[in-house]
Design a protein around this ligand. Structure first.
Ligand code: PEP
Ligand code: CO
Length: 470
C-alpha cells in the first residue's frame, strides 16, 4: 500500500514549525539556572556527539505495544524511584528494581490474562521540578537541589551550583544502568522458576483480611504451577517464554539534556528522543504554549502526560491534541493523579472530554502524587489506603464511563524501606524513621508494591471475566 496515497495516522508528519530546539523560543519553567553559558554549550555539544541510549526500533515497538494496550490487549506497568541518584547506580539496586517490576507484572499477567508492558522510571530519572528555585536554611539561601543531573544535594554553595557537566555524568550512568538491564533481561534474569525471583511468602502476613489471604494463596499456587509447567517444557522454551522486555522512562524536564539527544535516524522521517523510550510531561510543566509542551509535541516517541486535579477537562483535551495532532494510536499515555479525594469527582468530565471526543489515549493511574502528605514530625509520606482508594476510584470511574484503565504508574523500590504507611505490614508513622531512604517522594516498599500488584490483578481479573463490551 502506498502511504502517500493513503495517509495513515501511524505515519504522522513532523508538526510545522517544530525542531528539537524550537522550545527555546517558548517560555520555560523549571530549567536549571546555569551561570556559565559557554560550559553549558560545551556539555550539550558533547552530549549531541555521543551514541544514543535507545533506538527508534525499540521506541516504535513500545508504541505498538501501547496501541494494543489502548485496545485492551495489554496492560502498562510503569514504576520506579521518584528520582534516581548517581550513588545508587549499583548492581544490586538495579537488579532489585527489575525484580520488583517483573514480579508485579507476573501477578498482573495472571490476573488480567494479557501481557504486561514493563516500563521503569530508570536510566535517566535524574531531575526534579521543585516548588521553589531557592532553598533557605538558617538565613542562608542557595539554589534548590534539582536532581543529580543538575546539582548536588549538600547544602553548600559549591554543591548547589548547577554544573552542566553533570548532564554527561547522568548520560553515562543511564548508559551503565541500561547496559546492565539489557544484559540481565537477555541472560537469565528471566529465569522465573527460580525461587529467589518468586518469593511470595509475604502474602501469609497476619495483617491481611482472610479473603485476600486466601486469594493470594490461590493465585501464587497457580503461578507456581505455571512456572513448573514452563520448566517441564525444557530450557529453550523456558527462555523463549520468559524472555522479558523492559523499557525506560523519565520526566522530560531538563530540555537541554532531552533535546541534545533528539535526533533523526536513517530511513525515518521524524525525530526521536533517544535518551529514553518513554519521556513524560510533568504536571507542573504542562502549560500549553510552554517550552516543555513545545518540545514534546514534535518527538516521535510515545509521551506520558501527568494530569493533576488543577487541569480543566477542556484544557486536557487541548493538551492531548497539541501533543498528538494526528490522533496516532499508542502515542499518548494520559496519567491521572488526582488524589484519593478528588478522583471520583474529577475523572468523569476528564474522561468525557478526552475519550468522549474520540481522542486516543492510553489511560493510566498514578495514585502516588495526589496523595502525598506530611506528618506532624515533618516527614513526607503516603498512605497505602489512600493510594489504593485512588486506584479503585479510577477503575470505577472508567467502568462507569465506558473507557478503560490500561495502566498504572507507581513510585516504588525493591528495597525494604519505610516511606509509605499502611499495607499488610501495618507500617505506622512511627516506623517511618526506621529506613527512610528517598531523597524525594516516599516510595512503596517491596511488600507494599506486591500487595498493590495483587489488588490491581484482582480488578483486572474481574474485568477479564466481565461480558464483552461491558
Ligand atoms: C513525578 O512523577 O515524580 C512527579 C513529579 O509527578 P507529577 O508531575 O505528577 O507531580
Ligand atoms: Co515523585
Amino acid at each position: 500500500m502506498n502511504d502517500r496515497a493513503h495517509p495513515h495516522p501511524a505515519h504522522p508528519v513532523e508538526p510545522p514549525g517544530w525542531s528539537p530546539d524550537s522550545w527555546r523560543n517558548a517560555p520555560a519553567t523549571h530549567l536549571p539556572p546555569y551561570d556559565d553559558q559557554a560550559a553549558l554549550a560545551r556539555a550539550i555539544a558533547v552530549l549531541r556527539s555521543l551514541p544514543p541510549l535507545v533506538t527508534s526500533w525499540e521506541i516504535e515497538r513500545l508504541k505498538s505495544h501501547l496501541a494494543e494496550a489502548q485496545d485492551g490487549k495489554r496492560f502498562l506497568l510503569q514504576g520506579g524511584d521518584c528520582a534516581e541518584a548517581f550513588h545508587e547506580c549499583r548492581p544490586e539496586v538495579i537488579t532489585n528494581k527489575l525484580k520488583i517490576l517483573l514480579q508485579m507484572s507476573l501477578v498482573m499477567v495472571h490476573g488480567g490474562k494479557k501481557p504486561v508492558i514493563r516500563v521503569g522510571r530508570f536510566a535517566g530519572q535524574y531531575t526534579k521540578p521543585r516548588s521553589s528555585p531557592v532553598e533557605t536554611r538558617a538565613g542562608v539561601s542557595l539554589p534548590s537541589y534539582f536532581g543529580d543531573l543538575v546539582n548536588r544535594s549538600d547544602f553548600t554553595a559549591e554543591a548547589r551550583r548547577p554544573d552542566p557537566d553533570l548532564m554527561l555524568s547522568g548520560y553515562q550512568r543511564s548508559a551503565l544502568t541500561l547496559n546492565f538491564i539489557r544484559a540481565l533481561a537477555e541472560g537469565g534474569f528471566a529465569d522465573l522458576h527460580h525461587p529467589e525471583y518468586w518469593d511470595l511468602s509475604f502474602f501469609q502476613h497476619a495483617g491481611l483480611p482472610d479473603d485476600l489471604r486466601a486469594e493470594y494463596r490461590r493465585m501464587s499456587a497457580q503461578l507456581a504451577d505455571a512456572m513448573r509447567f514452563m520448566e517441564a517444557l525444557g530450557e529453550t522454551s523456558v527462555h523463549e517464554l520468559t524472555r522479558v522486555e523492559f523499557f525506560t522512562s523519565h520526566e522530560a524536564l531538563h530540555l537541554h539534556y532531552e533535546s541534545a539527544q533528539t535526533r533523526r535516524v536513517p530511513r525515518r522521517t521524524r525525530h526521536y528522543n533517544l535518551s529514553a523510550h518513554l519521556p513524560w510531561l510533568g504536571d507542573r510543566t504542562r502549560a500549553l504554549g510552554g517550552a516543555h509542551v513545545e518540545y514534546l509535541r514534535g518527538v516521535a516517541n510515545p509521551v506520558g502526560v501527568k494530569l493533576g486535579p488543577s487541569i480543566a477537562p477542556g484544557e486536557a483535551a487541548e493538551l492531548v491534541r497539541a501533543l498528538n495532532p494526528s490522533n496516532e494510536a499508542g502515542k499518548i499515555i494520559a496519567i491521572t493523579r488526582m488524589g484519593a479525594g478528588h478522583a471520583a469527582g474529577a475523572l468523569p468530565p476528564l474522561l468525557d472530554a478526552i475519550s468522549g471526543a474520540g481522542l486516543r489515549v492510553l489511560w493510566a493511574c498514578d495514585p502516588m502524587h495526589g496523595n502525598t502528605t506530611t506528618t506532624a514530625a515533618g516527614v513526607k509520606t503516603r498512605s497505602f489506603d489512600a493510594i489504593l482508594a485512588e486506584l479503585e476510584a479510577t477503575f470505577d470511574a472508567h467502568a462507569a464511563a465506558g473507557s478503560r484503565l490500561g495502566g498504572v504508574h507507581f513510585e516504588l523500590t525493591g528495597e525494604d524501606v519505610t516511606e509509605c504507611t499502611g499495607g499488610a505490614g501495618g507500617l505506622t508513622e512511627a516506623d517511618l524513621a526506621r529506613n527512610y531512604a528517598s531523597p524525594c517522594d516516599p516510595r512503596l516498599n517491596y511488600h507494599q508494591a506486591m500487595e498493590l500488584a495483587f489488588r490491581v490483578a484482582r480488578r483486572l481479573a474481574s474485568n477479564a471475566s466481565a461480558p464483552r463490551g461491558v
